[in-house]
Design a protein around this ligand. Structure first.
Ligand SMILES: NC(=O)c1ccc[n+]([C@@H]2O[C@H](COP(=O)([O-])OP(=O)(O)OC[C@H]3O[C@@H](n4cnc5c(N)ncnc54)[C@H](O)[C@@H]3O)[C@@H](O)[C@H]2O)c1
Length: 381
């Protein structure tokens, strides 16, 4: 099976997630990173290209240049996939241009700045026939996949309650850094701060694991640090389409917390619990039997969990492997489809434009609810 040629937009000197994407892309030897526009500064873009061993003539000054010039290269030379890891306000335009010019797209979350843009990307993706991966990292963990499969199998009975939490502490003060600056600027981050940055991950995790959709919510949204222009803390009551209720918490002012992502879901027969900080364990709890701990690498897990497991049980797998699972499933899907082969369901289990649209609807509804005196606001697409 041949490899995919990847171009990156963003991920220049001092950037955070671009380097993680590159590790994820390389882990399974399914991508070659051959081009990029890594920074808004052409000079800095060249520096990153040099560090990555990318030919200087494929270190582009702008993302428009990248897409227009790559498109003119012969098919066996030009890139297959454009990966976009810029701040949120620079997701839609490059993704649109990439799809319009026939490239597959890997895009970090939130998919766009506005729900209307996300819907436009869906239309463009459909017209282009290209694939789009939205990197909601947590859905790449084997034990998160196991949690989803346990619920889908009916093991817990009808789901009645979902609690999802994403507390961080790094924005507890008025921090100034490359990452904090754009995240607290509405022109670059969008209408939400913490709710867009990490609330969307929590929301996606709740819908992914439960297999349900949120159809209304009631939000308490706060800006705790003085003079900050966007929310840095919030709690949201959720109502799902099967009548289940839930609570979502996302905060960046939980001083001392790192990335303490956690989900619990409860059905009629039992519940489950997963923590990112103990990512290789999934706790299953039963109404009338002792609790069980499912472990990554166990012979009893679902095909979705085992397909996304890389090392024998007991050797810890984490964030980078989860990210690489998204990259691998996406590449395998693109390559098999290209060969006209059937794609196994385990490979197709990666987030895309639909999840992006739901994430944008979450952001817009949560902010509307936070500002409203009404108790509940419907989440509609
Ligand atoms: N999936 C996850 O877990 C996860 C984690 C962190 C960040 N993110 C998302 O990834 C994106 C980037 O976040 P980050 O923390 O890496 O930001 P960052 O500020 O660290 O990096 C952004 C990069 O984009 C570059 N850039 C800005 N304008 C550009 C342009 N016009 N052309 C080319 N490059 C340009 C910057 O120079 C920088 O290199 C955000 O949308 C964020 O929400 C996702």
């Amino acid at each position: 099976m041949r490899k995919l040629k990847l171009a990156m937009i963003g991920g220049g000197p001092g950037a955070f997630i671009g380097a993680v994407h590159r590790i994820a892309a390389r882990m399974d030897n399914l991508y070659d990173i051959v081009a990029g526009s890594f920074s808004s500064s052409a000079e800095k873009s060249k520096i990153t290209a040099k560090e990555l061993g990318i030919s200087p003539d494929r270190a582009y000054a702008t993302y428009q240049d990248l897409i227009n010039k790559e498109k003119q290269l012969p098919e066996d030379v030009r890139v297959d996939v454009v990966c976009i890891v810029t701040p949120n306000h620079l997701h839609f335009e490059p993704a649109k241009l990439a799809l319009e010019n026939g490239f597959h797209v890997i895009l970090d979350k939130p998919i766009t700045l506005a729900l209307s843009e996300a819907k436009e990307l869906k239309k463009l993706q459909k017209e282009s026939g290209k694939e789009l991966l939205l990197t909601h990292t947590y859905t790449g963990y084997p034990m998160v996949k196991e949690a989803k499969q346990q619920i889908a199998s009916g093991a817990l009975g009808k789901i009645r309650k979902v609690y999802v939490e994403y507390p961080q502490g790094w924005l507890s003060n008025a921090v100034e850094s490359k990452q904090a600056d754009w995240r607290t600027d509405p022109s670059k981050s969008g209408i939400a701060g913490a709710m867009g940055d990490i609330g969307t991950h929590a929301f996606n995790l709740a819908e992914y694991v439960s297999g349900l959709e949120v159809n209304k919510l009631c939000a308490d949204i706060n800006t705790v640090v003085p003079n900050r222009r966007l929310d840095d803390d919030g709690a949201v009551l959720l109502r799902f389409n099967n009548g289940a209720s839930g609570v979502l918490m996302a905060t960046q002012i939980a001083a001392g917390e790192e990335n303490k992502v956690k989900i619990r879901a409860y059905g009629e027969k039992g519940g489950l619990e997963w923590h990112q900080e103990d990512a290789n364990s999934l706790m299953m709890k039963w109404l009338d039997a002792p609790a069980q701990i499912f472990r990554t690498g166990g012979s009893y897990v679902s095909s979705f969990a085992s397909h996304n497991t890389r090392t024998p049980a007991g050797h810890p797998e984490g964030y980078l492997e989860a990210f690489a699972n998204l990259y691998r499933n996406f590449a395998l899907t693109v390559l098999l489809k290209k060969e006209g082969k059937e794609v196994p369901k385990e490979y197709l289990d990666f987030p895309g434009v639909e999840e992006g649209i739901r994430g944008m609807a979450f952001i817009e509804t949560v902010i509307a609810s936070g500002k409203s005196d009404e108790k509940w606001v419907e989440l509609t697409i």
